[in-house]
Design a protein around this ligand. Structure first.
Ligand code: HSE
Length: 335
């Protein structure tokens, strides 16, 4: 059994890491929660007993066997490598983007590239949108050989953490109560209630946002594709709570067959095919929320391109997009 540490356990992702550890079978011996001066001393009720939040220090984190970092990238950059340094350091699974693009550091979706974590001490957990989309794309890539991908996303407020979820709920309430015509915004670039915002994270020189480029960079690394493999994304924030949705057009080397694609998706671990339009059954944030599996549906041959499939994916971005993926990485490493 393992001594597990979490830094940032009171945030939106951290809470879900605790939840996944409670519900799944990772052999936890003891759980330690590390936080800032502000949260140190608070008590958190868990299946493993009442845990008092300890003030974070690298030395204390090094006493664990596995450490999950659910904090911002600057914190990870400063501390992650020191925590796991040396043969006796713990395994660190980092949820930020600080190490995702560094050579030699695995970027892992376990159902796709678990083997990359062998013998490694620091593992990067992917961007939520990328992890969710690739769960559906990977089985199709294995069948038909991906050559290009275009993605449009519809991303939930939780991508900006608990403050983002709160801003959506409170802003919606203030409009419905007639207090305001348009909600206030601090977290998002514009008011999110009754709106969609085609802008997540910073704009880059090429006109894409960082969130969009993460999908490009991370798809290449996770799937072992070339450094110039063509992936394009438009990432949009919408007023949903915590499941991201994605419309994906995937082009392939081989002719595509929808029945074979359906079978591959049905058999893929972590994927639920929800695709019966006659019964109005397709992926939606409402049905994907709180689920470990991502949903795939609206699967069809794309009529604009040869050898192309088009489909819709929904996944809980706090689970497969973050906490669950991190916990499955840990599980896969002890298998
Ligand atoms: N960047 C994502 C979003 C969340 O804002 O939706 C986590 O990767």
């Amino acid at each position: 059994t393992f001594n597990v540490g979490i830094v940032g356990a009171t945030g939106a992702v951290g809470k879900e890491i605790v939840g996944c550890l409670e519900k799944r079978s990772f052999p936890v011996n003891g759980l330690r929660i590390f936080g800032s001066e502000r949260s140190a001393g608070k008590e958190v009720d868990t299946k493993f007993g009442k845990v008092t939040v300890e003030l974070f220090s690298e030395e204390a984190a090094r006493e664990c066997d596995v450490v999950f970092l659910a904090v911002d990238g600057d914190f990870s950059l400063k501390h992650a490598e020191n925590i796991c340094a040396g043969d006796d350091g713990p395994v660190v699974i980092d949820n930020s983007s600080a190490f995702r693009y560094k050579e030699g550091i695995p970027l892992c979706v376990p159902e796709i590239n678990a083997e990359t974590t062998k013998g490694k001490k620091l593992i990067a957990n992917p961007n939520c949108t990328t992890a969710i989309g690739l769960m559906a794309v990977w089985p199709l890539h294995k069948l038909f050989g991906l050559t290009k991908m275009v993605m449009s996303t519809y991303q939930a407020a939780s991508g900006a953490g608990q403050p983002g979820m709160d801003e959506l709920v409170e802003g919606t309430r203030s409009v419905l109560n007639g207090e305001r015509d348009v909600a206030e915004n601090k977290i998002f670039a514009h008011p999110l209630p009754f709106n969609v915002i085609p802008h997540i994270d910073k704009f880059q020189e090429n006109g894409y946002t960082k969130e969009e480029m993460k999908v490009t960079w991370e798809t290449r690394k996770i799937c072992g594709l070339a450094d110039d493999f063509p992936v394009s994304c438009t990432a949009v924030r919408i007023p949903t709570s915590r499941a991201h949705s994605e419309s994906i057009v995937a082009l392939f080397e081989k002719p595509v067959d929808v029945a074979a694609a359906r079978k591959a998706l049905e058999e893929a671990p972590g994927v639920k095919l929800r695709d019966d339009p006659e019964k109005l059954s397709y992926p939606m944030p409402l049905t994907a929320t709180g689920q470990y599996d991502i949903e795939v549906g609206r699967l069809r041959k794309n009529i604009a391109f040869d050898n192309a499939l088009e489909f819709f994916v929904c996944g809980d971005q706090l689970l497969r997009g973050a906490a669950l993926n991190a916990v499955i990485v840990a599980e896969a490493m002890i298998d």
